[in-house]
Write a protein that binds this ligand. Structure first.
Ligand code: SF4
Length: 303
C-alpha cells in the first residue's frame, strides 16, 4: 500500500486550497494563515517537479496531525527517522515540518543535531514569540520588553530584571549544518514564496517566519498584516537569507523610517503598553544592534 501524503490538508476533487486539520485557531490567526501559504507554495512547487511532499507539524496556530505524536520538541528527530525509513524503502519525497518557536526551545538539541547529521528536510517555524497554546509564557524568541504571562515587564529575573535579546535560531543554525537559512514574513509574499522554494532546493533548510499572535501580542484580529509589516519596516524583524555560503538582506532596511515604525509597532500591541520612553530607547538600541549584525554578516559572507 502506498502511504499517501502526510499533510495538514483537506482536499476535495474540486478544491485545491490547503487547510490545517484538527485545529481551532483564533479568527485571523497569523500562524494559521502562514501555514496555509507555506502549504500552498510547497504543494504547488512540488507538483511542478512531479514530487509528493510530506508535511507535518504542530503549533497553537498551525494545527496538528498524527505525526505530532513524535512528541513536543522532537520534530527534527522525527524527520530524521522518517528520512531514514524512507531511504531503506527507496522512497524519495520532500519532507517539511512546520511548528512554533516553543518547539525550538524545547528541542534545540534535536533541531541542531538533525541539521548536523545532514538529513534533507525543511523546518519552518511560525514564530509568535510565546507558548500561546498554554498561557503565553516566554520562549527564547520572545522579544525584549514584550510582556508575556511569565515576564510582566518583559524583563528576565527579579527585582526589575535584565533586558535580554531574543535568540536568533536562523543565524545559529547556519553554523550547525544548514545549507539554507532565512527569516521571512508572509506579508512580503514574493520574498516568502521564493524562500520556501530555495529551502526545498537546499535541504537541510530552516526558515523563521514572523507570525504575530492576536491573543499574546494584544491587537485586534484584523491587524495581522499591519503588525507584520511594521515589524519589518521598523527593523525589529530584518529579512535576510543565507544560501551557498552567502548572506544577504532580501528586503532593505531604511533607517530613516525605522524609528517611527518602531513607535507605531509598540503602540499597536498591548504587550508593549507598559513601555517607558527609556524602554523605547533601549529597543531602538536593540534594533540598531540587530541590523548592524545583519549588515556585518552580509559583509562577512558576500555573495
Ligand atoms: S492564541 Fe495566537 S497562535 Fe494560538 S490560535 Fe490564537 S492567534 Fe493563533
Amino acid at each position: 500500500m502506498e502511504v499517501s501524503a502526510v499533510k495538514m490538508v483537506l482536499e476535495t476533487d474540486t478544491q485545491a486550497t490547503y487547510r490545517n486539520v484538527d485545529s481551532n485557531q483564533c479568527p485571523g490567526c497569523p500562524s494559521n494563515l502562514a501555514t496555509k501559504l507555506i502549504m500552498n507554495t510547497v504543494f504547488q512547487s512540488c507538483e511542478q517537479r512531479g514530487q509528493k511532499p510530506i508535511i507535518f507539524g504542530q503549533g497553537c496556530g498551525i494545527g496538528r496531525n498524527f505525526l505530532q505524536r513524535s512528541g513536543i520538541g522532537t520534530h527534527d528527530s522525527a524527520c530524521v527517522a522518517l528520512r531514514a525509513a524512507m531511504e531503506v524503502r527507496g522512497i524519495d519525497r520532500p519532507i517539511v515540518v512546520i511548528d512554533g518557536d516553543g518547539q525550538l526551545d524545547m528541542g534545540f538539541d534535536d533541531f541542531t543535531g538533525a541539521f548536523q547529521l545532514g538529513y534533507p528536510y525543511v523546518h519552518i517555524v511560525c514564530d509568535n514569540q510565546s507558548y500561546a497554546a498554554s498561557g503565553s509564557h516566554a520562549t527564547g524568541m520572545t522579544d525584549m520588553l514584550a510582556r508575556v504571562s511569565t515576564r510582566v515587564t518583559g524583563r528576565v529575573g527579579k527585582p526589575d530584571g535584565r533586558i535580554v535579546m531574543r535568540k536568533q535560531p536562523a543565524m545559529m543554525i547556519m553554523f550547525s549544518g544548514a545549507r539554507y537559512s532565512a527569516t521571512a514574513s508572509p506579508v512580503h509574499l514574493k520574498d516568502f514564496e521564493r524562500k520556501i522554494i530555495n529551502a526545498l532546493d537546499n535541504p537541510p533548510a530552516f526558515i523563521q517566519v514572523i507570525a504575530p499572535c492576536n491573543m499574546s501580542w494584544g491587537y485586534n484580529d484584523d491587524q495581522n498584516a499591519h503588525i507584520t509589516r511594521l515589524a519589518v519596516r521598523s527593523g525589529i524583524w530584518p529579512l535576510w537569507e543565507w544560501m551557498g555560503g552567502a548572506f544577504r538582506r532580501t528586503v532593505p532596511h531604511r533607517e530613516d523610517r525605522g524609528d517611527e515604525s518602531l513607535r507605531e509597532y509598540t503602540k499597536a500591541q498591548r504587550r508593549y503598553a507598559h513601555l517607558t520612553d527609556e524602554d523605547i530607547q533601549a529597543m531602538r538600541g536593540y534594533v540598531a544592534e540587530l541590523n548592524n549584525l545583519v549588515d556585518r554578516m552580509a559583509v562577512a559572507f558576500p555573495g
